[in-house]
Design a protein around this ligand. Structure first.
Ligand SMILES: C[S@@+](CC[C@H](N)C(=O)[O-])C[C@H]1O[C@@H](n2cnc3c(N)ncnc32)[C@H](O)[C@@H]1O
Ligand code: SF4
Length: 363
């Protein structure tokens, strides 16, 4: 049996459903009932999950990375910490565990944090989005700038390891002259060790679909932020992620490196690396504790490995047939060739999808 030492758990509740968000979540209206149902869902899923693990020769190991995403997992509160500890930490945590929870700056209490810290939580991902009150409103957030600053002050004073989520390409950025550097300067005062920088991905029904900045603006904004953060000592180690040395997200690196990660909770997606060009991806359904399975073979895994290794600063060992294309990428500033590994620059990260199209065209 192969032990799996990483777990993602999806907690699908929010106080308010932000109009831009695509993650699976429901509005929390009856805290007690909805969390009771959620517990039931997880307990039934656990039985199904144990069958799945054993069918593929895997078993639940001591956890080395844990990630609670959502939704807004902080709403689960101290009751959640008890439940999670009792049912999901039976095998324990490694000494060096990275245990992260996503928290919206308006949905936390010191008691909740204490309870989770007591069972091993040691990293927080804060859904800051913007540090400008006007753009928080535009983004349909219910937290205020004060909520964010109060939370960041608390985290800094209590010596928490935390990451901030920040959005680019948001509506009216151009017309209303979003001062991204001022927001970054404010954010950096709180000494985060990790920053996730997402370009807003809007669906056709998004209410501000007509008010989004153009591609050129987004390109300049992304490259400016990347250069600025690099000048402050951050390493642009993945398309959307920056870290001070040693603070990269170990959990997310497991996905990007094709390592096994278990998942629980509706829409949670797990992955078992089964060796010899085989892998399994499974995704939890939302209505019943059942999974959709996707078995991956050599061709799919080769393609994924290329895409994923270009996404991170580990880089890609390009086969000989791509050498002309790699030279052209270098000339255009999309990549560097570091001792035979192709590593994308920030501009290359931004262009990743079209670079993948270039690769497909090589026979
Ligand atoms: C599950 S949410 C974070 C936790 C918490 N619910 C919150 O919003 O503060 C994860 C992150 O995904 C990002 N996100 C959500 N919808 C997005 C979209 N349509 N495009 C880009 N990023 C998005 C946001 O930056 C958000 O912080
Ligand atoms: S609070 Fe977070 S998860 Fe919930 S809707 Fe807003 S962005 Fe999505």
């Amino acid at each position: 049996m192969t032990q799996v030492s990483s777990l993602y758990l999806h907690v699908p509740f929010c106080m308010h459903l932000c109009n831009y968000c695509d993650f699976y979540k429901r509005k929390l209206t009856d805290h007690q009932q909805q969390f009771e149902d959620f517990h039931q869902f997880l307990l039934s899923s656990d039985t199904r999950h144990t069958e799945l693990l054993s069918k593929y020769g895997m078993e639940w190991g001591k956890l080395d990375t844990v990630y609670l995403g959502g939704g807004t997992p902080s709403l689960w509160g101290p009751v959640g910490a008890d439940f999670f500890n009792k049912h999901f930490l039976k095998k324990g945590l490694t000494e060096n565990v990275e245990f992260t929870m996503e928290i919206d700056p308006g949905s936390w209490t010191p008691e909740m944090l204490e309870a989770w810290k007591g069972i091993g939580l040691n990293r927080i991902s804060v859904g800051t989005q913007s540090l400008n009150p006007h753009f928080l409103k535009v983004m349909d957030r219910i937290h205020s700038l004060d909520d964010s600053l109060r939370f960041l002050e608390f985290l800094k004073n209590e010596n928490w390891n935390y990451s901030l989520d920040f959005l680019l390409g948001i509506p009216f950025s151009k017309e209303n002259k979003r001062d991204i550097q001022a927001e970054l300067d404010l954010l950096l005062k709180y000494s985060p060790k990790h920053i996730s920088l997402y370009i807003l991905n809007a669906r056709s029904k998004y209410p501000h679909i007509q008010n989004l900045p153009d591609d050129e603006y987004i390109r300049e904004e992304y490259l400016f932020v990347s250069e600025y953060l690099k000048s402050k000592g951050f390493h642009h180690y993945e398309v959307s992620n920056f870290a001070l040395p040693g603070y990269e997200s170990r959990h997310n690196l497991k996905y990007w490196r094709g390592e096994s990660v278990m998942a629980m909770g509706p829409t949670g997606t797990g992955y078992f690396a089964l060796g010899e060009n085989r892998a399994l991806r499974y995704k939890w359904k939302v209505t019943q504790p059942e999974v959709e399975l996707e078995e991956l073979g050599k061709d799919e895994l080769d393609l994924e490995a290329t895409y994923l290794s270009l996404r991170i600063s580990d880089g890609w060992q390009a086969p000989e047939k791509y050498s002309e294309l790699m030279k052209s990428w270098q000339q255009q500033g999309y990549c560097l060739d570091e001792t035979g590994r192709i590593k994308l620059t920030s501009l290359g990260f931004l262009m990743l999808d079209s670079l993948m199209d270039d690769l497909f065209r090589v026979k």
